[in-house]
Write a protein that binds this ligand. Structure first.
Ligand code: MN3
Length: 213
């Protein structure tokens, strides 16, 4: 279980660095987790060192209550907390599993919302392609309904009050070593390593939760 308040730690991936080959290469996974995510964790810890009252808050509490962060540190803390949250979510929602499509409750919801898995995939791909510069595409649950959204830089869906089910990191560092500038090829490969077991579990959890006040 990841430690969920200050000082944050970079827990190992739930699979080996080469587990997502040939879709996502070992070197990219190593650098992405051990350098990029580690840097967000270090910067977040440094920023929180000066703020005792934020040190017992979880990552999601910090991201949902940005107004309590001192003005002069809000951007720094939100960017770094977002970087930690988004990367952990992205890494956790991939696996070398052989299940390549959604199943169960989530499959039903995807078909009812997007007509078919293929149409969902097409819309998700278009959203991920549409991110200008750096950011993420997400499948989220918004008031009980599935939606595809995008976020810029390290903004998170938590700031929008929606519950994330899946995300793809489309910052260039997520794919440049293997796919060069071909984001479309990376997105296609990413669909082979989505952890649909975890997405289904999250969907069920959110569906059974009372709306947040
Ligand atoms: Mn990244």
């Amino acid at each position: 279980m990841e430690k969920n308040c200050y000082p944050f730690e970079n827990e190992p991936l739930p699979y080996s660095f080469d587990a997502l080959e040939p879709f996502i290469d070992e070197k990219t996974m190593f650098l992405h987790h051990n350098r990029h995510l580690q840097t967000y964790i270090n910067n977040l810890n440094t920023a929180l060192k000066k703020n005792c009252f934020l040190q017992n808050m979880s990552l999601t509490q910090i991201l949902r209550r940005s107004s309590i962060i001192p003005n002069n540190q809000r951007t720094e803390i939100m960017n770094n907390a977002g970087g930690v949250y988004n990367h952990r979510f992205f890494f956790n929602m991939m696996s070398p599993s052989s299940i390549k499509t959604p199943f169960g409750n989530l499959e039903k919801a995807i078909i009812s919302c997007f007509n078919s898995f293929e149409q969902f995939e097409e819309k998700f791909r278009a959203a991920a392609m549409s991110v200008f510069g750096s950011g993420y595409a997400w499948l989220v649950l918004d008031k009980g309904r599935l939606r595809i959204i995008t976020t810029a830089n390290q903004n998170t869906p938590l700031q929008l009050g929606v519950a994330p089910l899946l995300c793809i990191d489309v910052w260039e560092h997520a794919y440049y070593l293997k796919h060069y500038n071909m984001r479309a090829d990376y997105i296609k490969d990413w669909f082979n390593v989505v952890d649909w077991n975890k997405a289904e579990a999250l969907y069920k959890t959110y569906k059974n939760m009372k709306p947040q006040t």
